[in-house]
Write a protein that binds this ligand. Structure first.
Ligand SMILES: [Zn+2]
Length: 195
């Protein structure tokens, strides 16, 4: 960029060249600050996704498909939950639904405004719907779910422009860990059944 200024300098007064250079420096500082903020956000997202992975491990210990979720408000975890479909004998016991229920109870409010939900697997239609209904600000997803994902894979219920609320979505945080915990679980299940 300095070269552009130098190339144009012949037609500029020294004051104009200095002004142009200051403008470029200002834009570069802004871009660096934005990159630093994005890097900080990614680190924070990874930290909370690790907590969601801890929940997924709890599900695996129960013999459940390992999916975990945490909900964060003002930098603190306000709810943690894991998939407990078999344990609870309930199709509603997905990690996100249980975490949303706990967070609502904790805040004594059905609105989870200002909250971010971290989940190791892309939400299904029910859970994506619950995220929209509870007005969650942001949903951070680990692995994509090609067979039931409604955060963009099959449908994008989290960001339908016709709904009265849309969630900001970040995908692919610790994607490999979130995906491998699932594939290891299913592999172990297949091995058990083949004995
Ligand atoms: Zn679900």
């Amino acid at each position: 960029m300095t070269d552009i200024v130098s190339a144009n300098q012949s037609s500029m007064t020294p004051e104009q060249a200095a002004h142009a250079r200051r403008g470029i420096e200002r834009r570069m500082r802004r871009a660096a600050a934005l990159a630093a903020a994005q890097e900080e956000q990614r680190r924070t997202d990874e930290l909370f996704m690790r907590k969601a992975l801890d929940q997924a491990r709890r599900a695996a210990a129960l013999g459940e498909v390992p999916i975990g979720c945490v909900i964060v408000k003002d930098g603190r975890i306000i709810a943690r939950a894991c998939n407990r479909r078999n344990t609870d004998h309930s199709a509603l016991s997905h990690a996100e639904i249980s975490a949303i229920r706990k967070a609502c109870r904790r805040l004594a409010d059905w609105r989870l405004t200002g909250c971010t939900l971290y989940v190791t697997l892309e939400p299904c239609p029910m859970c994506a719907g619950a995220c929209v209904q509870s007005r969650i600000d942001r949903v951070v997803i680990g692995a994509a779910s090609p067979k039931s994902g409604c955060g963009g894979s099959l449908l994008n219920l989290l960001q339908n422009p016709d709904f009265n609320h849309r969630c900001e979505v970040t995908e692919g945080i610790l994607q490999e860990e979130c995906s491998s915990i699932l594939s290891s679980f299913f592999q172990a299940l297949r091995n058990d059944h083949s004995v």
